[in-house]
Write a protein that binds this ligand. Structure first.
Ligand code: RNT
Ligand code: ZN
Length: 425
């Protein structure tokens, strides 16, 4: 017997699963149709440990860290695109790319970050057109001499602030260009590392400075058909343990009053605080949110996403709340201790599996129970659902979408590692 199921086995298992879900009033075909429409933004920075292409000896700053030295990381844009192509080919559906400013291709010429222009991303756009990916974008306000003090947009130094304001404006122009070229709005997300290791005496002034910088960055309105702005908060980072200027409350307020997207990174809160419970609150007051789906483990906010309770809860909130059109789902993790292409594939597939589980819920029935006060029935049904054959539906989805079934995607990863990654020093 072979290790992998045949198409017929997958189809038969799906037919049984479909019947089983139909008994609960759930249409599995419809769930798969919806799932196929969801486009997840894969973060380019998993492919090279957030190094970028500015210079081979740039050190990762900003209080984030990629640990591990698994061989084969992408050393240039062509390698990164090739690795991404491999990853996308192992993930069902059609997905986006999330780029950072340090992934500009300047042809060996030094271009300061406040002077970046759309032409420095021409190869990314050509690739995205060819392969059918939308692109999202991020200014890189770290790993730079002008960010060495730990402060950028909230710096007390006006020159430093001005440099990063110009960089963020340059990035919005580039993002809008992506949106126009690719016919799908680019979400440009501002995250800055600014904060103090030790207890500050003035928590107020840096926040007022940050507000002022953001107002300057967003002064020029952009057409939402091409471009959307987002701001991302954080609780603490390495070296900013006591105070982060761009806190959750700060950006929640900013997003509401300035009509920009709020980015919620699932690794940026207290260990038992979850973003799943924030979605319905935040979406009562802002039009759209951006997610950085990640996994916090102790001090690290960026482990590879797995099918955890919280990722399932996030997916449930999006689906149950009918928020699929208002939530941009992006990923944000970087693990340098395992095969980097596999990290993308595992994290994205797990996120999609969470969405599938949510799409397979008999939500009308559960809602009725809740409204009528039948909390016993709600609890019993929620527990039963965990044992339903969602795996057969997932396998069928992979078959439909022509990507490897089950663990067999690892055969291709290992083959790619041997043929391509192992040649990189
Ligand atoms: C850092 C933020 C931010 C970064 C990327 C590389 O804590 O999560 O989103 O991970 O910009
Ligand atoms: Zn993030």
């Amino acid at each position: 017997m072979s290790n992998h199921p045949t198409d017929k086995q997958i189809q038969d298992a799906y037919a049984l699963a479909q019947e089983r879900y139909a008994m609960l009033g759930v249409d599995a075909d419809q769930a798969l149709e919806t799932l196929a429409q969801i486009s997840i933004s894969l973060h380019c920075w998993q492919g090279d440990d957030v190094a970028g292409f500015e210079s081979p000896d740039t050190e990762l700053g900003g209080g984030i860290a990629a640990t591990g030295n698994y061989p084969g990381k992408a050393r240039n844009a062509d390698e990164l695109r090739s690795d991404l192509d491999k990853a996308y080919s192992l993930i069902p559906g059609s997905h986006r790319l999330n780029l950072h400013a340090i992934y500009a291709e300047t042809g060996g010429k030094k271009v300061e970050r406040n002077e970046l222009r759309p032409e420095h991303f021409a190869a990314w756009v050509a690739w995205a057109k060819e392969t059918g990916h939308g692109i999202d974008f991020n200014p890189t306000c770290f790993s730079h001499p002008k960010a060495e003090s730990g402060f950028t947009l909230a710096s007390y130094d006006e020159g430093i602030r001005q440099f990063w304001i110009e960089h963020c404006i340059a990035c919005r122009v580039i993002g809008e260009h992506f949106g126009r070229e690719l016919g799908t709005p680019c979400v440009t997300n501002v995250w800055i590392p600014d904060g103090f290791k030790d207890t500050p005496v003035d928590r107020k002034t840096p926040r007022l400075l940050l507000k002022d910088s953001l107002d300057k960055i967003f002064a020029e309105k952009m057409d939402p058909r091409y471009h959307l702005d987002a701001v991302e908060s954080k609780l603490f980072g390495l070296g900013s343990e006591s105070y982060v200027v761009g806190s959750h409350e700060f950006y929640l307020g900013y997003a509401i009053t300035n009509d920009v997207l709020l980015c919620l990174d699932s690794g940026h809160f207290h260990p038992t605080e979850v973003i799943s419970d924030k979605l319905s609150s935040v979406l009562t007051f802002v039009d759209e949110v951006l997610l950085h789906v990640s996994r916090g483990v102790r001090w690290d906010s960026d482990h590879v996403v797995i099918l955890s309770d919280e990722v399932q809860a996030i997916a449930q909130e999006i689906v149950r709340g009918d928020f699929l059109d208002r939530v941009h789902i992006g990923l944000d993790f970087f693990d340098a201790s395992i095969n980097r292409v596999a990290a993308w594939v595992i994290g994205t597939r797990s996120t999609m599996r969470a969405l599938l589980l949510a799409l397979l819920e008999p939500i009308d029935q559960l809602r009725e129970m809740e409204v009528s006060g039948d909390y016993t029935g709600r609890l019993a049904l929620l527990e039963e659902l965990k044992g339903l054959p969602s795996g057969a539906v997932w396998d069928y989805f992979c078959l439909q979408q022509n990507v490897p079934l089950g663990i067999s995607f690892m055969d291709e990863i290992r083959e790619y590692e041997k043929r391509e990654l192992s040649k990189r020093s």
